[in-house]
Design a protein around this ligand. Structure first.
Ligand SMILES: Nc1ncnc2c1ncn2[C@@H]1O[C@H](COP(=O)(O)OP(=O)(O)O)[C@@H](O)[C@H]1O
Ligand SMILES: [Mg+2]
Length: 311
């Protein structure tokens, strides 16, 4: 993949995360699917390629701590927006007696819901970038106007040569209706240069029975490079009609699968951006995500990710 500007931009929502530690105390972190991808890209790409995170946060102290966290992670924050009235969303991870995890969210009034409300700031944020990454979670939290702005912004970026990457990351309760989700998905996948779905999400969203169904639908919309994650099952990738099936080599008994798909995406795109082919990019992504499932939390030490990436 050609890199011209040396800049990639991830768009989405980061939340304050509270998780219950083994001693019963609550610990605070920051996470969110697109942030996890940005984190992995920053860990794995050479320094000359800038990784920007674009979102909207509040102007209060917790928002400033989040901003500090982005900066401290090596992410570019020059276009982050500040809302005077809203603040950032929160979620908690609880673990019950059987080790089952459950999530609770307070995000329905978060600042990030308005991240795409203004088309010109959106356009400014992605100007002169090689790649824009966003997900179905990003799309689901903004309103219809925001989605319209996103599509219009991506369309013009694409004409200037920016690659569009989309992970549908379907979460039923974030979308107000399945039809809205389906309509947006068709429009954005038609624009996407790369789609990075997970089979389980596609099954839930579209009733896909086998991977063929997913490929047929996404190829039909015009997307040319598709990588379908499927847990410990083979990863299937198609690029310009050429299908590859790649076994997951390092199957683990996972400790925490949070962020597996996100780190996979970050590693896959890093490998593609430094010029690797589909197969070796998938293999590197599998190696990184198999490491991530053995660690607690979505974000794993950046040096450790790089080590897994380099094998
Ligand atoms: N138990 C596991 N052992 C090793 N690798 C795993 C395991 N679970 C997931 N992975 C890796 O993480 C990738 C993404 O996981 P998956 O569950 O398919 O996506 P998501 O996190 O989006 O639901 C898989 O393609 C695989 O490479
Ligand atoms: Mg996912």
């Amino acid at each position: 993949m050609m890199v011209k500007h040396g800049r990639v931009v991830c768009i989405g929502e980061c939340m304050v995360e509270f998780y219950c530690a083994e001693d019963g105390s609550w610990r605070r972190g920051f996470a969110g699917d697109t942030l996890n991808v940005a984190w992995a890209l920053r860990a794995l790409l050479p320094e000359q390629i800038k990784v920007d995170y674009f979102t909207r946060i509040g102007s209060d102290s917790i928002s400033m701590e989040m901003l500090e966290f982005f900066n401290g992670s090596g992410l570019g924050t020059g276009h982050v927006q500040f809302d005077q009235l809203r603040t950032v969303g929160v979620y908690t991870i609880s673990i019950d007696k059987n080790g089952e995890r459950s999530f609770s969210y307070w995000r329905s009034h978060s600042a990030a819901k308005k991240l795409a409300s203004d088309l010109s700031s959106l356009e400014a944020a992605v100007k002169e970038s090689d790649l824009i990454y966003l997900s179905g979670i990003t799309a689901s939290i903004i309103n219809e106007l925001g989605r319209k702005n996103i599509l219009s912004c991506l369309r013009s970026a694409k004409t200037k040569g920016t690659r569009i990457v989309y992970d549908p990351n379907y979460r039923q309760n974030l979308w107000s209706s399945p039809s809205m989700m389906k309509r947006f998905t068709s429009e954005i996948v038609a624009l996407a240069d790369i789609a990075l779905p997970t089979f389980e999400d596609e099954r839930k969203a579209f009733g896909d029975v086998e991977s063929k169904d997913t490929f047929k639908r996404l190829l039909g919309l015009g997307c040319k490079e598709i990588v379908l994650k499927n847990g410990i099952q083979q990863t299937e990738a198609i690029s310009f009609g050429n299908m590859k099936k790649i076994d997951v080599e390092f199957v683990k008994v996972p400790k925490d699968t949070t962020g597996a798909g996100d780190s996979f995406n970050g590693a896959y795109l890093s490998a593609r951006l430094i010029g690797e082919d589909i197969t070796s990019s998938v293999k590197r992504a599998q190696a990184v995500s198999s490491y991530v499932v053995m660690e607690r939390g979505a974000l794993v030490e950046q040096e450790a990710l790089l080590k897994a990436f380099n094998g």
